[in-house]
Ligand binder design. Structure first.
Ligand SMILES: CC(C)(COP(=O)(O)OP(=O)(O)OC[C@H]1O[C@@H](n2cnc3c(N)ncnc32)[C@H](O)[C@@H]1OP(=O)(O)O)[C@@H](O)C(=O)NCCC(=O)NCCS
Length: 421
């Protein structure tokens, strides 16, 4: 990275990188929407106005014209057993006329170093294309299921219900859903905290990503013995055929904080009249341990696809490994390489006692040698190191080391994230 604000990436045209000025916000939004091929829209305008603070941006200017955008803002992220502040990288785009000349590389490097300077130990993002970000030290950190079921094969095991369901309006949902989400933040790694603005955006029906004729959000709360313990947000895509109604119920969000709540909500989705098919995708992606895998009478009736949600990037290894909690005790020595300015590089020893980790620099020989991207894939508790070793992406002194490392770093429940921020 260049120390000054200007680098000569395009030989004839120097490119300047700097935060935007307040009066450049509309241009920043326009560059980003153009990069994504999106149309301007009041919903986006609101998103940029509410979310973008000029000091959190890095934009690229070629010959004085803004041609690249990036934003990184602090957000609450659940790690195993704790919640930390992480840098949420988003609104990354480069105009099609200025691509593949290193503008993303420069903006991303600056955003990561900026997060370090703010004392943040991790960055996260949602990737538009998965091939982009491991070169910047990000690793896929939470996987989820896309699920679809169709009548008549979609039968669930008959079980007594565990509570009752009630439809609520938006205002009531804005009161009753946040505490249920806060509970998730405390119990499920990968969850991202939501402020009031994020809630209002997520329950708004004017999101331009939703086709107009299916933009109505249906809001349902689940009440168990102890009160509210789950909520459901869904949409209906209507369809009629000569055989009758063949509508699809699209799960936008389903949060279940008690064992029976998810089962009740799945059953409800399948029993809504006129619905032929139920789909959970996008923000409705389900956690890897969703009970639907065990609720379907015929597991082969489930259409399952593996999705990746957030990508994580450790910036400070001792900080992250000492902050999160563990479900087993043990020791692990790792040697970490980092493609971005050797930022997180070093040899570290993690000692876990009573579920609390202490991680420090060490001179001892490592059990595992790995990149920061691979370590980052494991930091939210996803069991992945054995698979990465089998894929040849780790070096080990002892072949059992990856399994031992997984045993130490994995967390139950596994990470899940449905917040595309
Ligand atoms: C993705 C995007 C930001 C890349 O910007 P860019 O300025 O062209 O990227 P750079 O030239 O800095 O490329 C940096 C590296 O990433 C790689 N890269 C860039 N875009 C890539 C892509 N879509 N897939 C795979 N690799 C990609 C480059 O090959 C380069 O690799 P190298 O330096 O290791 O050789 C730009 O293409 C874009 O705006 N795309 C549409 C919007 C989007 O997808 N944004 C990302 C949101 S998560």
């Amino acid at each position: 990275m260049s120390g000054s604000g200007t680098v000569g990436i395009i030989p004839a045209v120097p490119v300047e990188f700097r935060p935007i000025r307040p009066e450049e916000l509309a241009q920043f939004a326009d560059v980003n929407l153009t990069a994504f091929g999106e149309r301007g829209d009041p919903w986006f305008e609101r998103w940029f106005r509410e979310r973008v603070k000029p000091q959190d941006t890095i934009a690229a200017f070629a010959d004085g014209q803004m041609v690249g955008s990036s934003l990184a803002f602090p957000l609450e992220l659940a790690l195993p057993g704790t919640v930390v502040t992480a840098s949420g990288v988003t609104a990354v785009g480069v105009l099609p006329t200025h691509r593949r000349r290193g503008l993303l590389r420069e903006m991303m490097t600056r955003q990561i170093l900026g997060a370090r300077d703010q004392g943040l130990a991790m960055a996260i993002l949602w990737a538009s294309e998965g091939a982009i970000y491991s070169r910047f030290g990000f690793g896929p950190a939470a996987r989820s299921w896309r699920v679809a079921l169709e009548h008549p094969r979609a039968q669930l095991v008959p079980l007594p219900t565990s509570g009752s369901l009630r439809m609520v309006g938006r205002d009531e949902a804005l009161q009753r859903f946040p505490p249920l989400h806060d509970h998730l933040l405390q119990s499920r790694p990968g969850t991202i905290g939501r402020d009031q603005r994020a809630w209002e955006m997520s329950l708004s029906e004017d999101d331009p990503h939703l086709p107009r004729d299916e933009a109505r959000l249906f809001l349902v709360v689940h009440q168990g013995d102890g009160g509210d313990d789950g909520y459901l947000v869904y949409r209906i895509r209507q369809a009629w055929s000569a055989l009758g109604a063949r509508s699809t119920l699209l799960i936008s969000e389903m949060v279940a904080n008690a064992p029976g709540a998810a089962a009740d909500m799945w059953r409800y989705c399948l029993e809504v009249d006129l619905v032929h098919r139920v789909e959970a995708s996008g923000r409705g992606l389900r956690p890897l341990d969703d009970p639907i895998l065990w609720l379907a009478k015929d597991p082969q009736a489930l259409e399952l696809g593996l999705g990746t949600t957030i990508w994580a990037r450790i910036i400070d290894v001792p900080e992250v490994l000492s902050a999160r909690r563990y479900q087993r005790d043990g020791d692990l020595t790792i040697e970490v390489s980092d493609p971005v300015e050797h930022l997180a590089e070093g040899r570290f020893r993690l000692h876990v006692a009573n579920g609390v980790g202490e991680c420090r620099k060490t001179e001892s020989s490592p059990d595992l040698i790995l990149g920061v991207s691979e370590l980052s894939s494991a930091c939210l508790g996803q069991r992945c190191l054995t698979g990465l070793a089998a894929a040849g992406r780790l070096s080990m002194g002892d072949p059992a080391a990856a399994r031992r490392a997984d045993d130490l770093l994995a967390w139950d429940p596994p990470p899940w994230c449905f917040e595309d921020f």
